[in-house]
Design a protein around this ligand. Structure first.
Ligand code: ACO
Length: 398
């Protein structure tokens, strides 16, 4: 444990990973009564990513995390603390961060999850900053990772069109240089929204049973309009508070990276704040709402696409189930060129499975049927056993 806090706490690495498979609005038209036109006009979403059967939240998180560590110029064992923001963990226990620790090859970090729904990444970043600022740790890996396609009811058009899978990560480090990094922060929790976005069963209030499953209580539920109202109001007020705490004026902000839930929400925040859309980062059209992963993916994409330079004043702002919200005003200090270091990281991660444990196919039934009709039968990678090819002709030689 360190005794004294550093001069500043800075973001030194960033990384993202999204699964290869794309689920388009046209695909969803085959599952529910919706249309590309409705989804694009109401949400701005055109497509989202869907994890392959062998992928889990921990594998997505590990790839994004390894990339962020490479960009920071560190080794996995330099990381003292691993925080994973997620509402779709691999298991209820252990924490997904524990699995990520092993998958990235770290032997010494403390690892735990942060559960604040879509605000999870910003909450985890705030936690990392506090641990470093107080002198406890020097390098913290913060990851937002979600595999939402396994928690959606693909017969409910209100929810299944909105969400997608992916992971975004940063490395937050102690610095002996003055200034830069997190300058102002605002986190809020409003229990009035507790049942506006929720997943009813699986917890102690309603343990999983045949009955809860037959009622579809293991899927995400949402009151869209109430959530929309909360989002537009709170994203703006939280961002303003963080900007004020940083001692900045709104016009000082170079880029606002909002949670990517709906382009209309982002447009309304832009209008409410009087910040032009050219200063709002948007990628919801390609990934949908990836919940806790969204701000991390957006940040990494913004830096790698040249939208962020040293000295820029950027603001992350998220809202989510709870209701929760989180905003962080950050002075950017890392050289965006370092992003290329992530190119050497192979997009694969292996999370150790328990011995003698026979998992069921994780893909929801309706999605499995859709993919089979679109792409032909899928062979889960887990089932492919390397070995000698089967002889073509058994029995008597020709
Ligand atoms: N396709 C076609 N029609 C649809 C669909 C669909 N996919 N979904 C809903 N509709 C229908 C509704 O049934 C309704 O029909 P009705 O008028 O006959 O009842 C009509 O479209 C309008 O529905 P609204 O709910 O009023 O549509 P709205 O314009 O509010 O858009 C939306 C819905 C996109 C869900 C919006 O409310 C929204 O984005 N809310 C915020 C959601 C959000 O951000 N959630 C993430 C929270 S973060 C977290 O922590 C997980």
């Amino acid at each position: 444990m360190g005794a004294r806090g550093p001069r500043s706490v800075r973001i030194t690495g960033w990384g993202r990973y999204v699964p290869e498979r794309i689920l388009t609005n046209a695909d969803l038209e085959k599952l529910v009564d919706t249309s590309d036109e409705w989804i694009v006009s109401r949400t701005g979403i055109r497509e989202r990513r869907m994890a392959a059967p062998h992928e889990t939240t921990a594998t997505l998180a590990a790839i994004a995390g390894k990339r962020a560590i490479a960009v920071a110029g560190l080794e996995p064992d330099d990381i003292d603390l691993i925080l994973v923001g997620t509402l779709t963990p691999d298991y209820w226990m252990p924490a997904t961060a524990v699995l990520v620790k092993e998958a990235i090859g770290n032997t010494r970090a403390v690892a735990f999850d942060v559960m604040a729904a879509c605000s999870g990444f910003v909450y985890a970043y705030a936690t990392a900053d506090a641990f470093i600022r107080s002198g406890v740790y020097r390098n913290v890996l913060v990851i937002g990772a979600e595999l939402l396609t396994r928690f959606l009811d693909f017969s409910d058009r209100n929810t299944c069109i909105l969400f997608g899978d992916g992971a975004g990560a940063i490395v937050v480090s102690a610095s002996d240089e003055e200034g830069g990094g997190l300058r102002g922060m605002e986190l809020t929790t409003d229990p009035d929204g507790a049942y506006m976005i929720w997943l009813p069963s699986g917890g102690s209030k309603s343990p999983p049973s045949h009955e809860t499953i037959s009622r579809g209580e293991h899927f995400v539920r949402m009151e869209g309009r109430e959530t929309y109202r909360f989002a537009t109001r709170t994203l703006a007020t939280s961002a303003l508070k963080a900007i004020e705490r940083a001692g900045w004026k709104l016009e000082d902000v170079d880029l606002l990276i909002p949670h990517q839930a709906n382009v209309r929400i982002i447009e309304s925040v832009s209008k409410g704040l009087g910040l032009p859309m050219s200063k709002m980062f948007v990628n919801v059209d390609r990934y949908g709402n990836t919940s806790a992963a969204s701000v991390g993916i957006a940040l990494a994409e913004a830096v790698d696409s040249g939208r962020v330079k040293i000295g820029d004043k950027i603001v992350f702002v998220a809202f989510g189930a709870g209701f929760t919200s989180g905003a962080a005003a950050v002075e950017w200090t890392a050289d965006p060129v370092n992003g290329h270091r992530a190119d050497s990281v192979v997009p694969e991660a292996s999370v150790r499975a328990p011995l003698d444990w026979d998992s069921v196919d994780p893909i929801p039934e309706r999605l499995r049927a859709l993919l089979a009709s679109r792409e032909g039968p899928q062979v889960p990678l887990d089932d492919v056993v390397p070995g000698e090819p089967e002889p073509v002709h058994r029995g008597a030689p020709a």
